[in-house]
Design a protein around this ligand. Structure first.
Ligand code: NIG
Ligand code: FE
Length: 418
């Protein structure tokens, strides 16, 4: 007797981890497909995934309401969105016109816009407002099939406002069906009050923020925006190494706008994931491949920056770098939809639909060190499951700009029904 049976799915992409995780190179094409598939779920956990006849011969449910007929539909693991910035107030729709006139991201930031505009709004917002904003974003994410999300702070940039942001994340994780994983990113920008003495801000992060965040057990990861004019390689190294001393797992934003040798640093520090990598040099990428450092690619960002210049995903895969995908949701790049990101990954970065799906599920679970419980549909894993109103996985990239979700199941319960 189980709690829920999903049967007759046209296709189940199990992402079973026969190759060990994460998927690398050609393995990224392997989705572990089952046709006419079924899933048995009990107590929030997957009991078994297999062909419908086999599952129906082994398992039963109490009543008909506990059976979902998924005829003609695609089933995948719930999306894992491993790199976002959802803790902010206000919005930046005005910057679109600036960008259309040719202003660059760093120019907007230098004028006090960009991240700094969001910082002003976030500092002025109460924890309750941030929780409300975050809840709205998570509601939309869930409707679009995301069941686990990592999110960063970085719009507070004072000890108090960073802690307020981290407490917002904790609250969201407690109150929302989505699992929300916290990353401390005090090193997101130099705040205006430290503009003329940035070293003091780095010291504040190292001496005050990180120890406090760690003591209060508010974050699992630590991230830095390592970029020309933001945080240098040396500063990033110091911050992330301090984080490690305080048991915060390092992640990093690298080589988004300029190649600062970020990929080399990502490999040196053995980060759990490195984001962006548009400009990384070959030597750095090879160092990442050697250590199997996950590259989290964020095609929504160059799309919103109108860069027509995306991370070299194909050569990364050929080099043997494991690829994950993420929305990077932030006030510059506001999408909750991993479906949109899968489309961009295929049309703009040349990933195949299978690679894009592996990068949005199993590999993104690896980026968050959660592949033991999520990221694939296998016995013993959490029943975090998407049912899409399409017959196969190619459709996820192909039919774009609309929500293809039919149902989302989180911890074994139906939480979205379209
Ligand atoms: O990952 N690059 C740094 N941080 C974010 C953007 C933040 C913002 O513009 O508000 C990113 O793209
Ligand atoms: Fe980011």
């Amino acid at each position: 007797m189980v709690d829920l049976l999903i049967i007759k799915a046209s296709q189940i992409a199990t992402l079973n981890s026969v190759y060990g995780v994460p998927r690398i190179g050609n393995e990224m094409q392997e989705l572990g497909l089952i046709h006419n598939g079924a899933i048995a779920i009990k107590d929030e956990i997957i009991m078994e995934v297999g062909e419908t006849n086999k599952i129906l011969s082994k398992y039963d449910v109490k009543n008909n309401e506990s059976v979902i007929d998924a005829s003609g539909k695609l089933i995948t693991p719930g999306f894992v969105d491993p790199h976002t910035h959802i803790i902010f107030a206000g919005s930046r729709e005005n910057e679109l016109e600036m960008k259309l006139k040719g202003k660059t991201y760093l120019e907007i930031l230098e004028d006090g816009g960009g991240i700094l505009k969001s910082v002003r709004a976030t500092r002025n917002a109460s924890l309750d407002t941030l929780v409300q904003n975050g809840t709205q974003i998570l509601d939309t994410m869930l409707k679009y099939g995301t069941t686990t999300v990592e999110t960063k702070t970085g719009y507070g940039l004072t000890t108090e406002d960073e802690i307020k942001s981290l407490k917002t994340i904790r609250k969201l994780n407690q109150t929302h069906p989505i699992d929300v994983i916290a990353t401390f990113m005090g090193a997101h920008a130099i705040p205006p009050e430290y503009k003329n003495h940035p070293e003091e801000y780095v010291r504040l992060i190292i001496k005050e923020m990180i120890p406090k965040v760690s003591e209060m057990k508010l974050a699992e990861f630590c991230d830095v925006f390592c970029e020309e004019g933001i945080f240098s390689i040396e500063e990033s190294r110091r911050i992330l190494k301090t984080g490690q001393k305080y048991e915060l797992i390092p992640q990093i934003h690298i080589d988004e706008i300029v190649d600062t040798n970020g990929a080399q640093l990502a490999a040196e520090l053995d980060v759990s994931q490195a984001g962006h990598l548009l400009k990384s040099n070959l030597k750095g990428l090879k160092a990442m491949a050697k250590k199997k450092i996950i590259a989290t690619l964020l095609p929504g960002t160059p799309f919103c920056l109108m860069q027509n210049d995306y991370a070299p995903a194909r050569s990364m895969i050929n080099l043997g770098i494991p690829i994950a995908l993420s929305t990077d949701l932030n006030p510059n790049c506001w999408t909750e939809s991993m479906q949109m990101i899968i489309t961009l990954a295929c049309y703009e970065m040349g990933l195949t639909p299978a690679e894009a799906l592996a990068a949005s599920t199993l590999n993104s679970a690896c980026a968050l060190k959660r592949d033991n419980i999520i990221g694939s549909l296998e016995k013993g894993k959490k029943a975090d499951i998407n049912i899409f109103d399409v017959p196969n996985y190619q459709f996820l990239a192909y039919h774009f700009g609309v929500n293809l979700v039919s149902k989302v199941i989180k911890n074994g319960k139906i939480v979205v029904e379209n």
